[in-house]
Design a protein around this ligand. Structure first.
Ligand SMILES: CSCCC(=O)C(=O)COP(=O)(O)O
Ligand SMILES: [Mg+2]
Length: 249
């Protein structure tokens, strides 16, 4: 049997989680969520033109793409899978209707909820960092097959703090929360995001899901699921060396 040493002896106090490709299959985002938003976005722009969130998003589109019709610019961004705030805000508004009407239910990976529940009970702080808007993140965890699990999370970060491939965004999260960089473990499937988080001093591990065919990182620790990532960082079920923060997933 091969024993793998934990990445560091002191386990993290905070686990910061990406969504797409980490807790939720990429296919759910690209084959369910994005098409749903694409289908409903144009109607949303007209039917909710007075909604302050829509007004603000349309104004942002005007600043980012002057002279382009909002619906046209949104279509371009969706084609490119651009991570821009007004698109993410408006997609979130579309999904809000879909979840409330029972048309959408977040298809989280099976290991996610049991694992996060155990961590939460062990006193580990859980937080989300996704390009999807904070309301969209809350919807995902509010409408899962296992029910509403948003209470497991202490904080939700979106593009308000910056892009996920920028080290400055992770520094902004640390500044806002007061967390120490070395206490935070960031889990993501995207190597460039891990690079940025590591540059800001966070501990990182790639989640390389077989279902998503994630290409394993050559630069960072890699695990096939969240439970095995946590075990690498001393948050495993055997409790060795992690005291009250021991977690079993
Ligand atoms: C939070 S809802 C859907 C995710 C999304 O809109 C997206 O662009 C994926 O972003 P991530 O940062 O989670 O890869
Ligand atoms: Mg991801």
């Amino acid at each position: 049997m091969t024993l793998q040493a934990p990445e560091q002896t002191v386990p993290p106090r905070v686990v910061l989680l990406d969504i797409e490709g980490t807790t939720l299959p990429v296919s759910f985002v690209h084959n369910v969520l994005f098409p749903y938003a694409r289908k409903h976005l144009t109607a949303l722009l007209t039917e909710r033109a007075d909604d302050p969130a829509v007004v603000r998003a349309v104004a942002q589109i005007g600043e980012l793409a002057p002279g382009v019709a909002p619906a046209e610019q949104l279509a371009r961004w969706m084609d490119e899978d651009a991570k821009v705030e007004p698109l993410k805000t408006l997609q979130g508004l579309c999904w809000d209707v879909g979840y409330r009407q029972g048309e959408l239910v977040a298809d989280l990976y099976a290991d996610v909820v049991p694992c996060l529940r155990t961590l939460h009970e062990a006193g580990i702080v859980l937080a989300v960092y996704s390009s999807g808007s904070e309301p969209a993140q809350r919807l995902i965890y509010g409408y899962t097959e296992q029910g509403d699990v948003t209470a497991l999370f202490s904080a939700f970060f979106d593009l308000r703090v910056g892009g996920k491939k920028e080290a400055q965004s992770y520094r902004a999260i640390l500044a806002e929360t007061g967390w120490q960089a070395a206490d935070v473990l960031f889990l993501s499937d995207v190597e460039a995001e891990l690079d940025a988080a590591a540059t800001a001093g966070l501990r990182v591990c790639q989640i390389a899901r077989a279902q998503d065919a994630t290409v394993p990182s050559q630069r960072h620790p890699v695990a096939p699921d969240i439970a095995q990532a946590l075990a690498r960082f001393g948050l495993s079920g055997n409790g060795q060396g992690v005291g009250e923060r021991a977690a079993s997933c």
